[in-house]
Design a binder for this molecule. Structure first.
Ligand SMILES: Cc1cc2nc3c(=O)[nH]c(=O)nc-3n(C[C@H](O)[C@H](O)[C@H](O)COP(=O)(O)O)c2cc1C
Length: 170
């Protein structure tokens, strides 16, 4: 699969089974994150959460009162990577994490690993210092996004997209 094929094939997976992601593939996905462009030298930190109890703790933190008690913001994934960085005045923290995330999603796609970019749970995690400490988010860094990784029986087709919202100023 070349880069453009991976870009087009990548879809968000929202139904994971219990098959674990192989360490070698996880390493390749993390390496793809590390190769992302980086503004102002703001480092991205990766917490690879595979411990069931810790995943469950984050799930319960993230569940809002109007969600079903079994709502799972990770869709059953048994590997969730939380990306964090030090807040930066012009947003290089978020931009760097997002660049790393997209690289990771594309690498996962190439490797046949399902993935999804997740923001929904981050606010709850950010407000819980004890859980942040439990997943080794360094002092002074804040969680910015998560990526769930795993395998699924679902294989959503590539989306039909049109090029839009583009103006040329020649
Ligand atoms: C910044 C960002 C935040 C997202 N947060 C969530 C989330 O919290 N939960 C979720 O189910 N999907 C989340 N998504 C996935 C989007 O819903 C998904 O990418 C979009 O619907 C397009 O579908 P596709 O990824 O299959 O192409 C997020 C995507 C981005 C880029």
């Amino acid at each position: 699969m070349n880069t453009l094929e991976a870009i087009k094939a990548r879809r968000s997976i929202r139904n994971y089974n219990s098959t674990p992601v192989e360490d070698e593939k996880l390493k390749t996905i993390l390496e793809a994150g590390a190769h992302a462009p980086n503004g102002a030298g703001v480092e991205v930190f990766y917490s690879v959460v595979r411990n069931c109890e810790v995943l469950e703790e984050i799930r319960s933190l993230a569940r809002t009162p109007n969600q079903a008690p079994d709502y799972d913001p990770f869709y059953g994934a048994t590997t969730v990577v939380v990306l964090s960085a030090e807040p930066h005045p012009i947003g290089c923290d978020q931009a760097n994490a997002a660049c790393a995330a997209e690289n990771m999603l594309l690498a996962a796609t190439e490797l046949g690993v399902g993935s999804i970019y997740l923001l929904g749970f981050v606010l709850a995690l950010k407000n819980d210092a004890a859980t942040m400490q439990k997943i080794n988010i360094p002092e002074g860094k804040v969680p910015l996004l998560g990526i769930a990784l795993g395998y699924s029986d679902e294989a959503p087709a590539a989306r039909e997209v049109a090029i839009k919202n583009v103006t040329y100023i020649d």
